[in-house]
Design a binder for this molecule. Structure first.
Ligand code: ATP
Ligand code: MG
Length: 358
């Protein structure tokens, strides 16, 4: 039987994306070698502000055709506001991928590691360990609406939200599946059915309907206000949290913020049906303020690569990378954001070495 070769587009992008990507690849290669995984890596220099400066566009016209045949996209960071406005670089690359490749799940693991100071007093590793699943394509983020009597005293603004049964059911289904695969099998549904009187009660109803197929998953629905407070006050109560686009956007920043530095947080933008490539990237941006000094924390990039391997069917390789990250966070070397003095490269090498890289 011939073994599956995974085709990966590698897009470092801008700023520290170009510094953390080599470490992501170093660890990815080490894991691939150890677990006998075949990867075909295609480096891509576009989807970057350098490319924009040279050509006047963020990507070539045939970008979609070039990426369509890939199994996944490993992405660094995009944005270099000194030369290209953020809305141009972002809308010209990353947001196109999300939309055109129907990456309707934004997945963020939230986990407190041993050895990382927690901004929440008294929290121990193991007490913060959950996933935020954000709907990525509809909900509150639309351009539907308008302004009447603009510029007058009678100005009226309407901004619509959109929830489709198709769009809600598919993200809820993904969240239930994820919850079922976890030990605790618990799903928290973010809602606001006491204030948003039409869409949110409906969303709660879709959660009940989809959840009927998952009797082994326990469910609680929490209003977004108290849910946010509990992210801070009682994070140990969460396992998988599913939320609409806006609520998920907020939760997926709040969650990682409770676990230490932004240099650790990974994310995945998924098309679970695999009709299109999914994209894996650190939560952080291009960090122009620290670029060029080889001091960025590479863990968010490395963990994103691990999420990619998991999505490609290699759970054991994912787990081994996360274990290597755990060990290095405890024993060092650590980058400056973690209170250490190591370089990006040193930290990446240490994690790769734990996987058996020479
Ligand atoms: P975005 O444009 O993606 O919303 P941003 O440009 O506002 O984000 P980041 O680029 O994520 O923000 O940087 C925010 C802060 O966090 C900066 O001070 C940056 O130096 C720091 N930072 C970001 N990533 C890392 C990292 N991997 N290691 C250490 N510090 C980081
Ligand atoms: Mg930025």
């Amino acid at each position: 039987m011939s073994k599956k070769i995974h085709k990966i587009a590698v897009i470092p992008g801008d700023g520290i994306g170009k510094e953390v990507m080599p470490e992501g690849l170093r660890v990815l290669r080490a894991a691939a070698e150890r677990f006998g995984i075949e990867l075909q890596l295609t480096p891509i220099a576009w989807a970057s502000c350098d490319y924009y400066q040279a050509t006047g566009a963020m990507m070539p016209d045939d970008w979609k055709a070039q990426l369509q045949s890939q199994d996944a996209i490993l992405f660094g960071a995009v944005g270099w506001p000194a030369t290209v406005p953020d809305h141009v670089s972002l809308w010209g690359s990353l947001l196109k991928f999300r939309r055109e490749f129907d990456q309707y799940i934004n997945l963020r693991p939230v986990r407190l590691f041993e050895g990382v100071p927690c901004p929440l007093a008294g929290r121990k590793p193991g007490e913060i360990d959950y996933f935020v699943v954000r709907e990525n394509t509809e909900g509150e983020y639309t351009k539907l609406g308008g302004i009447m009597y603009e510029g007058t005293e009678r100005e009226i603004v309407i901004q619509e939200s959109v929830y489709s049964r198709f769009g809600s059911d598919r993200v809820l289904k993904y969240a239930f599946e994820l919850a079922r695969s976890r030990e605790r099998k618990h799903l928290t549904v973010a809602t606001k059915s006491n204030g948003i009187a039409i869409s949110m009660p409906w969303w709660d109803g879709r959660a009940d309907a989809v959840g009927a197929a998952y009797p082994e998953v326990t469910v609680d629905k929490q209003h977004i206000d108290i849910l946010s407070a509990r992210f801070v006050l009682q994070p140990q109560g969460f396992d998988v949290v599913v939320a609409s686009n806006l609520f998920g956007d907020i939760l997926s920043d709040l969650g990682p913020a409770t676990t230490g530095t932004i240099g650790l947080a990974p994310s995945a933008n998924l098309n679970p049906e695999r009709n299109f490539p999914s994209l894996f990237e650190p939560v952080h941006g291009s960090a122009p303020d620290i670029y060029g000094r080889n001091i960025a924390n590479p863990v968010a990039m490395i963990w994103s690569a691990a999420l990619m391997l998991d999505f490609l069917g290699h759970r054991e390789a994912h787990d081994a990378i996360v274990t290597a990250i755990e060990q290095v966070l405890v024993e060092g070397p650590r980058t400056g954001d973690l209170g250490g003095q190591a370089s990006t490269t040193e930290m990446g090498e240490a994690i790769a070495a734990r996987l058996g890289a020479r």
